[in-house]
Write a protein that binds this ligand. Structure first.
Ligand code: SF4
Length: 452
């Protein structure tokens, strides 16, 4: 008899389903359910997970006291021979990005007053951290997993294969007509990076993204934003106010460049920010107005390419959905699930130029078309089936994190910051931009108390 208690789908499954049926057939928990054995070897996923862990600790229990120390701990959790290619360079990049994040966040968050919400893990009730103190019974609302029952059940045989699907409880056949199959419910699963409460006591979902460049065109149609806003109300029992999409660009911020004669450069290609440049101008000339015209023009240029939501390195966007859009979201989820459970669904490949980087089963895909049994078998040696009853992401590396208390028990401590920072510039940026923390670069929290 199979021991499957439930199936789960996630937004990523839905995206894969729409991207390529063959890839979905390989990965989905409803189908092959295969995952790569061992440490994540895709450097982008590995790095994204590092940034998420650093934020989870910093905005949660804050055991490390600094997200860069948490990042260091994440790196230590992997044996050197299991680190993905490029991990070392990404360590330096991560340290630089987090150093800038600390100054950016302080400056922008002063206006919104976001604090990590508190949650009762038993009841999922949320509490405003501006009013309620953290106790042992409450958790910081970071990495909040939800698992919501969908109106869908499947009949599963002893080998775990799905046969029939039912979208209403009345349609589920009686036991004597199931012929040794069991009925398994389907759930929607996801993890919210952080839930914050603003200075007006309203709850927002905050999600971190690391990418080559910030993308804001997709926010109105982004299905993860819609699904999470839909799920929030069902899981926590209250309406969220909105979604904060915080994008960290994978680039190290640099101090404003200087020419050989020591003057500030007006090179538009330099990777710096308005506030860092302004601070350097004030350091050099006392006030912005006392600076040469070309520098003032360059400063204006830097202001023009930044927006109240952020700069080219970090920005956050505030996104809302109407109640009608939330209803539509549920309709879309159920519609896709209907398609996923078609019993004669033929999972054909959808080759695109992205296959080379976005598909972990590309070699299998090629071998399948060649009908090359030997290559198929060789490929499958590196894959294993995910535990069928998992409720969330399994992160084996978490067991190897050198938490401060774990180190203390061994008579060790977390190294000091200057030991773990790979780049001297990280510290400089943080210290020198601290002087401009009062300067919010014109950022205004657009969602005032009076709205609605
Ligand atoms: S290589 Fe492309 S077409 Fe083949 S399974 Fe992967 S995504 Fe689909």
């Amino acid at each position: 008899m199979n021991n499957i208690s439930h199936f789960t789908i996630r937004t990523s499954d839905r995206r894969t389903f729409r991207r390529c049926l063959r890839k979905w057939d390989f990965q989905s928990s409803l189908r092959g359910n295969w995952q790569h054995i061992g440490t994540e070897q895709n450097i982008n996923f590995w790095f994204g997970s590092a940034i998420h862990f650093s934020m989870e600790d910093y905005h949660g229990e804050n055991k490390f006291g600094d997200p860069r120390k948490a990042f260091w701990a994440y790196y230590q959790a992997f044996p050197a021979d299991e680190l993905p290619m490029g991990a070392e360079a990404h360590y330096e990049l991560g340290m630089a990005m987090l150093s800038y994040y600390l100054t950016w966040y302080k400056r922008h968050n002063d206006v919104t007053g976001f604090e990590t919400a508190l949650v009762d893990p038993e009841t999922h009730q949320l509490f405003d951290p501006h009013k309620v103190k953290k106790t042992d019974n409450l958790e910081y609302a970071v990495e909040q997993s939800f698992i919501l029952p969908l109106k869908a059940w499947v009949a599963v045989d002893n080998n775990g294969h799905i046969h029939d699907a039912y979208f209403s409880e009345e349609d589920i056949p009686d036991n004597d007509k199931l012929f040794n199959m069991s009925i398994v419910p389907i759930y929607y699963h996801g993890t919210m990076d952080r839930i914050v409460c603003d200075k007006y006591g309203r709850y927002w979902i905050l999600d971190y993204k690391t990418a080559k460049g910030a993308d804001t065109n997709k926010l109105d149609t982004d299905d993860q934003i819609s699904a999470y806003l839909w799920a929030f109300e069902k899981w926590f029992g209250i309406q969220p106010y909105g979604f904060i999409y915080l994008q960290l660009t994978k680039e190290a911020v640099q101090e404003p460049k200087r020419l050989k004669n020591g003057e500030l450069s007006v090179d538009k290609k330099q990777k710096t920010t308005y506030s860092l440049l302004k601070q350097e101008i004030i350091n050099d000339y006392g006030t912005v107005n006392a600076a040469p015209d070309k520098l003032i023009q360059f400063l204006n240029h830097m202001a023009s390419i930044e927006s109240p939501e952020g700069d080219r390195f970090i920005r956050w966007d505030f996104v809302k959905r109407t109640p009608e859009q939330i209803v539509s979201t549920e309709e879309h989820i159920m519609g896709e699930l209907h398609h996923m459970l078609w019993d004669d669904l033929y999972c054909y490949p959808t080759p695109t130029r992205d296959c080379i980087w976005d598909c972990p089963c590309r070699d299998l895909c090629l071998a399948l078309d060649r009908k090359d049994e030997a290559a198929i078998n060789e490929f499958m040696q590196n894959f294993e089936q995910r535990p069928r009853d998992e409720d969330g992401n399994l992160d084996p590396w978490r067991e190897n994190i050198p938490w401060p208390e774990k180190l203390a028990a061994e008579g060790k401590t977390v190294p000091e910051l200057d030991e773990i920072l790979a780049l001297d510039e990280c510290m400089k940026i943080e210290l020198e931009s601290r002087a401009s923390q009062d300067d919010t670069d014109g950022f205004k929290f657009m969602y005032g108390d009076e709205e609605e």
